[in-house]
Design a protein. Structure first.
Length: 303
């Protein structure tokens, strides 16, 4: 009695099984090598400005412009220590405090107002809901420059120029249509059975919004908070329009003062302060970045 020979393989073989590295064709290996080299080239282009800023903060001001050397051979730290002296007799901490008030106030306003507007559009049935939602999305097409002059005239008539009110008021009125849209899409993915069960228990809209919807929308809320904080911290045009006194300047306007004072440009101090100004944004992003991907995926149950 004879037996058929049994073939042994090191693993499952099929049409979708990738070939081992040693059996790949030279064309595939070359393509993979070129792809990695291209990715490294893009990475170098992206990181070069960061490296230039770090190197520039360690150079004297006269060596920054026109110098081809990325990092100085004899680095100095006077650009950082000089920040303690302030700018035009104004402590640097004043600019950071003003930016913190603006950024934190913007985050609180966007999270509260946009989430309430999103709950109304996604969970409350009222006449003209779809039309109002379409009009709100249409505001994304309006550039900031179209509204700049009418808004300035309005706040000037209200005598609110040189205050934080023009920069913060819109955040508490749900004018950021993108964040409203983001939260609406997230809330529409929540199971309707949760709302029905809450209504059977006697909960109203406010209770459902606060106790059920908000906890489940945490990824979307944190995503909105991250983008709002970064935008408010880096905003230059808004503070430039509405803030007139240097004591009320934010970090972005404080950087401008390094060039304006006495027609002399302290590029070293400006670059050093710009690096220090990146730290709060970087810390805020790293603290909540794990929610960023979950917040952008606005389908299904998140919690």
């Amino acid at each position: 009695m004879t037996h058929a020979p049994v073939e042994t393989t090191s693993g499952p073989v099929g049409p979708g099984t990738p070939a081992p590295a040693e059996t790949r064709s030279p064309r595939k290996r070359t393509g993979s090598l070129l792809w990695h080299l291209g990715a490294l080239a893009v990475l170098v282009v992206v990181l070069y400005p960061v490296a230039w800023v770090i190197g520039g903060s360690l150079k004297p001001s006269e060596e920054i412009v026109g110098s081809l050397q990325l990092f100085p051979s004899d680095p100095i730290f006077t650009n950082y220590t000089g920040l303690s002296e302030g700018i035009a007799d104004i402590p640097v901490s004043t600019f950071f405090l003003n930016s913190t008030v603006l950024a934190v106030g913007s985050v609180v306003g966007v999270v509260i107002s946009c989430s309430m507007a999103a709950y109304a559009f996604s969970k409350v049935r009222f006449a003209g809901r779809n039309l109002l939602f379409a009009l709100m999305i249409g505001t994304l097409l309006l550039p900031f420059h179209v509204l700049m002059i009418p808004q300035y005239v309005l706040f000037q008539k209200l005598e609110l120029i040189n205050t934080m009110v023009p920069l913060l008021l819109g955040k508490y009125l749900a004018v950021d249509a993108f964040f409203v849209f983001l939260m609406v899409q997230f809330m529409r993915g929540l199971p309707k059975e949760l709302d029905e069960a809450a209504r059977l228990d006697g909960c109203g809209h406010l209770r459902i919004y606060w106790s059920i919807v908000l906890p489940l929308c945490r990824p979307a809320l944190i995503t909105s908070a991250i983008f709002t904080f970064i935008h408010a911290w880096n905003d230059f045009m808004g503070p430039l329009l509405y803030l007139n006194e240097p004591e009320k300047y934010t970090v972005s306007l404080g950087l401008k003062m390094f060039v304006d004072q006495d027609a002399l440009a302290d590029y070293g101090g400006m670059i050093a302060m710009s690096l220090v100004a990146l730290l709060p944004v970087l810390a805020f992003f790293l603290a909540f970045q794990r929610y960023l991907i979950d917040g952008m995926a606005t389908s299904g149950l998140k919690g």
